[in-house]
Ligand binder design. Structure first.
Ligand SMILES: [Zn+2]
Length: 307
């Protein structure tokens, strides 16, 4: 993710006849699989850093494309050349996996799939190497792929779009702002025709084994009702200790480019991540349990809109 920190903003009844005496419904069956989602992170890290212009980046795009084509109703590819402030030409790709593409009522989930070329975070021990991106890049993609698995097994009643954006983390958020958030900016300017999403949720840095997701400042400014919806959904699932309904960080991230285009977009992000933009953003920092929690919330958002 991309952060310049702007400072602190400060279910189905039990089968058959056995109904609990209190009359409460049993929780719904779990659809999202955190263990599989963790394997999706392992696969991504196995490619190496997915930095635009590298072979790992190309192989990752091909893997995502093949995986999404076996799960979604349609896959839209957006491919273009981005020329950076340093006059490098980058071949970039957004992938949009669409479920129920004709659905009037629809929601959008997004994540960036590229990883950062320089580990230049404040806690980094070596700013010359790329970020492995287990959490930063890897986690959001893993959640979206896990949702794709769920929707492939049981189609959504509403339309769902899963957007994988490229070039989020390439440049410097302060000095070369055109070289970050590139894919989300491109998507905002080249949206597919048809009904717009009710809202959009960006997932970034969501697999930290020590997961705490505070409400993000620009989300609260731009789409407070979506923040409430997501945190209420998490609470209903029993995740209020992870989805903490207090604002903390305010971040520049892909959701802002969508907000500028009129989409009610928020960022679900755990920015209290010591390995952020360091060479330590590796598999030992992430957990299947954290992915399970975030994935459960994402699936619940889809299912509640279908009721
Ligand atoms: Zn990042």
């Amino acid at each position: 993710m991309g952060p310049r920190r702007l400072g602190a903003l400060a279910l189905a009844l039990a089968a058959g006849t056995i109904v609990p005496a209190c009359g409460r419904e049993a929780p719904p069956p779990r659809e999202f699989d955190g263990t599989t989602a963790l394997r999706y992170i392992e696969r991504q890290v196995g490619f190496g850093p997915r930095v635009p212009g590298t072979e790992a980046h190309q192989r990752m795009a091909a893997w995502l494309d093949s995986l999404l084509r076996t799960r979604a109703d349609t896959v839209v590819l957006q491919q273009w050349i981005h020329v950076t402030a340093r006059r490098d030409s980058l071949q970039l790709t957004n992938l949009l996996a669409r479920f129920n593409p004709g659905g009037e009522k629809r929601i959008l989930f997004l994540a960036h799939w590229d990883s950062r070329p320089r580990a230049d975070g404040p806690a980094s021990t070596d700013s010359t190497v790329p970020v492995p991106g287990a959490n930063d890049g890897g986690s959001g993609v893993a959640v979206l792929l896990g949702v794709a698995d769920v929707l492939h097994r049981a189609a959504p009643a509403i339309g769902v779009d899963l957007l994988f954006v490229d070039g989020e983390d390439y440049g410097d958020f302060t000095n070369t702002p055109d070289d970050v958030l590139i894919g989300s900016r491109y998507y905002a300017a080249h949206q597919p025709p048809g009904p717009q999403s009710l809202y959009a949720v960006l997932f970034d840095l969501v697999a930290d084994k020590d997961l705490q997701i505070y409400q993000e400042g620009n989300s609260l400014i731009g789409a407070p009702e979506v923040v409430n919806l997501v945190w209420d959904t998490a609470k209903l699932l029993g995740y209020r200790s992870v989805f903490i309904d207090t604002p903390k960080h305010t971040l520049i991230d892909d959701h802002l480019e969508l907000q500028k285009a009129g989409i009610r977009a928020i960022d679900v992000v755990d920015f209290d991540y010591p390995a952020w933009h360091t060479p330590d953003d590796k598999l030992d920092q992430v957990s299947a349990q954290s992915l399970q929690i975030v994935g459960d919330v994402a699936v619940a958002l889809v299912r509640r809109e279908g009721k």
